[in-house]
Design a protein around this ligand. Structure first.
Ligand code: AP5
Ligand code: MG
Length: 216
């Protein structure tokens, strides 16, 4: 399984990823999570990325593609992988094609989540993430067992810095201008699977496992 998850901010990519990576035993490669980790570790790249993330803009392609190239050099990707939030523009999609081509690999599917802006704003305003492991919760849709505390490692649940409404609106605009064209790129390659992101977490999970199951 070599999967890409695409879709606007808050559409549910990270949530769907959590279940799919367990089901298929493949690593989760979220460029957003990698940038947040690099910042937490006080690296130079992390600090640069943070400036873009907090403005709701894309981190430059040379940095992002290099992060992905490095991640794909780890041995765990030999069993497959799930990209979440990459590629995010046509330049990144072409760069990924080159990387995969060099490794003699092809993609299994590119899954696109669709969701209207009102749903996205509601989801993001209720989202809480574990400050240590990054697990994603929601105050009503996906509650932790103990409010404010992560089920997995008891970490504190916080708001992401880029989840303020004006930053989310900027992210949505960037999505429309830069990321939406990538949908057509994968449609032309016959890899696109579109998912109605407004369904429940369970419905999306079942749909994806069924559609992906037919591809194996
Ligand atoms: P990233 O971390 O990738 O953020 P994003 O794409 O904006 O997406 P989100 O993580 O906000 O949403 P999601 O779709 O994962 O939704 P979630 O499952 O959490 O990127 C952050 C930033 O990093 C970017 O803005 C950019 O600056 C930079 N960056 C990252 N990748 C880059 C790249 N390739 N190139 C350049 N820059 C890059 O769900 C949201 C909420 O809804 C949660 O609370 C969840 O519990 C709830 N929920 C989820 N699904 C459902 C459902 N079906 N029903 C009800 N509630 C649900
Ligand atoms: Mg996410």
């Amino acid at each position: 399984m070599r999967i890409i998850l695409m879709g606007p901010p808050g559409a549910g990519k990270g949530t769907a990823a959590e279940s799919l990576i367990k089901h298929y035993h493949i690593p989760h490669i979220s460029t957003g999570n990698i940038f947040r980790e690099l910042y937490k570790d006080r690296t130079k790249v992390g600090k640069i990325a943070k400036e873009y993330i907090e403005r709701g803009e894309l981190v430059p392609d040379d940095i992002t593609n290099e992060i992905v190239r490095h991640r794909l050099s780890h041995s765990d990707v030999k069993k497959g992988f799930l990209f979440d939030g990459y590629p995010r523009n046509l330049e990144q999609a072409e760069a990924l094609d080159k990387m995969l081509n060099d490794m003699g690999w092809t993609l299994t599917a590119a899954i696109n989540f669709s969701a209207p802006d009102e749903v996205i704003i509601k989801r993001i305003s209720g989202r809480r993430v574990c400050e240590t492991c990054g697990t994603v919760y929601h105050v009503t849709n996906k509650k932790p067992k103990v409010p404010g505390v992560c089920d997995h490692d008891q970490g504190r649940l916080i708001h992401r810095n880029d989840d303020m409404e004006h930053t989310v609106r900027r992210r949505l605009k960037i999505y429309l201008n830069h990321t939406e064209p990538v949908i057509g790129y994968y449609r032309e390659k016959g890899l696109l699977i579109t998912v109605d992101g407004t369904q429940s977490i369970e419905e999306i999970d079942q749909t994806l496992k069924k559609v992906l199951g037919e591809k194996t």
